[in-house]
Every structure is written in structure tokens, then in C-alpha cells.
Ligand binder design. Structure first.
Ligand SMILES: [Zn+2]
Length: 251
């Protein structure tokens, strides 16, 4: 594996608009469960669909109950060595930014500034009417104490975690920017994603078709392995650490 990591390190040092794409696999190494995996929350609980949230007070209560329960999964989690290395690569201008499927905010906590969150963030609560944002910790604590679904303090509108719910469309602005990055990318590192959930899974293909080198780092095979320039079936943290070491060794 080390010679493969040397090659990726070389590609990264040559790249002018490298983009990283991250999925649940980078956060499971921080102890955050993958909610889509067998045994994950959606194999045990029926998620609340967006339309039901809008139309039913009972669904909103169920939504807040579920979200408050899963909040503890990441409220105590810390970025791991992979999040930290990616933040250093951005600061060192080796990487343009990160497109992520994760909602845990760990990239920003690690120091990354250029992050496109395709599925939003569970660190904030958004008002569906006036778009005000609030800190999720405070509102989840309030919900746990009162058992009452909060309403917007500014306009009494509906409050929901700033994540994309089942049945809700992705944020067009975020998606458009991610597509732009993929078109401009000369290196695309996909890590910790099974690359099966659309439209996110289309982004590595778009980058590859636009001329980027495609590197896939994931423990399990993905449907895009056959179009990648390099595939590393390994843990994210150990692989990123080996790539970073090779970059430092070569500089
Ligand atoms: Zn509001």
C-alpha cells in the first residue's frame, strides 16, 4: 500500500484544484455510527419524511424525539486524524475543499473552511419560514427538558435540523457549487463513501469525465472502482496518514 500512497501523494502535490469527497466511513472512525448500515438507526427506526413533518404535529414530535436521541452520537465526537489532515491540506493549498455527505460538522471542527455539506448539518436548527439558524445543542437540550417541539423565536415558524430529510430535495445552491468543483477538479479523492446514494455518487463520475484523476479510499468495494485511477481498500485514517507522510517525505 505504501507505494500506492506515494503515488497519490505525488498526484496531490501536482494538483491545482483537488477536491475531497467524504462519506460516513470517515466519521465512523470518530465513533459516529453509519445510520444507513445494518444495525444503524434506519434499520431500527422509521424515519420521518419531510411532507409528514410539514403536515403533522405528531410527526414533528416524533422527528424531534429521534433527532434528540441521535444528537448524542456526535455531540461528543471529535475529528480524527483524517479530518485533521484534510484541514491541513486545505490550509496548505493542496486542496480546494471538501464535499461531504456527512452532517456531523467534524470537518469544520477540524479547521476546514471550504466545506460543501450536501445533506446539511445537524449542528444547527433552521427555521423553515424565515431561515434563521440556531445552535442545535441548545434547542435539543430545551426539547429534552420540556418535551415540546420548539418554534422559531423570531417568527413562530417550524424548526427543523438543518439537514436534508427523507423526501426533501438537496439544496440547489450547494449542489450547483459541488458540480462546479467537480468540473474544475484535476484530482478527486473519494473516501469513506459507498458511492451508491444519488446524486452524490454521480460527482466522482463527473469529475473523472471532466479530466480529474479519481482516487477511491474505502474499506469495501464501490460501484465506481473500475473507473478509478487508484483504489485503496483500507481504513481512512491510516491511508490519509500514509499519504501525508509521503508528501512530507517528498518535500
Ligand atoms: Zn423563523
Amino acid at each position: 500500500m505504501s507505494s500506492d500512497c506515494d503515488i497519490v501523494a505525488q498526484w496531490l502535490s501536482e494538483a491545482r484544484s483537488a477536491v475531497t469527497f467524504t462519506g460516513a466511513g470517515i466519521s465512523t472512525e470518530s465513533g459516529i455510527p453509519d445510520f444507513r448500515s445494518p444495525g444503524g438507526v434506519w434499520s431500527r427506526t422509521q424515519p420521518v419524511y419531510y411532507d409528514d413533518f410539514l403536515n403533522s404535529a405528531d410527526s414533528r414530535l416524533e422527528y424531534w424525539r429521534q433527532k434528540s436521541e441521535s444528537h448524542v452520537d456526535f455531540s461528543d465526537a471529535s475529528p480524527n486524524i483524517a479530518h485533521q489532515a484534510l484541514a491541513r491540506w486545505e490550509a496548505g493549498r493542496q486542496m480546494r475543499g471538501i464535499i461531504t455527505q456527512n452532517i456531523d460538522g467534524l470537518h469544520q471542527i477540524a479547521g476546514s473552511q471550504s466545506v460543501l455539506e450536501l445533506h446539511g448539518t445537524a449542528r444547527e436548527i433552521g427555521c423553515l419560514d424565515c431561515n434563521s439558524r440556531f445552535d442545535a445543542d441548545l434547542m435539543v437540550t430545551q426539547f429534552n427538558e420540556t418535551g415540546e417541539v420548539p418554534v422559531c423565536p423570531h417568527c413562530s415558524g417550524l424548526l427543523k435540523h438543518a439537514t436534508i430529510s427523507f423526501g426533501q430535495s438537496l439544496d440547489e445552491t450547494v449542489l450547483r457549487e459541488a458540480i462546479g468543483w467537480c468540473r474544475d477538479a484535476d484530482l478527486f479523492l473519494a473516501m469513506g463513501s459507498s458511492l451508491v446514494v444519488q446524486p452524490a455518487a454521480g460527482l466522482p463520475t463527473l469529475a473523472r469525465e471532466s479530466g480529474a484523476r479519481l482516487v477511491i479510499i474505502n474499506r469495501e468495494p464501490t460501484p465506481l472502482d473500475h473507473i478509478a485511477d487508484m483504489v485503496l481498500h483500507a481504513g481512512i485514517g491510516e491511508t490519509i496518514a500514509a499519504i501525508e507522510k509521503a508528501m512530507i517525505g517528498a518535500s
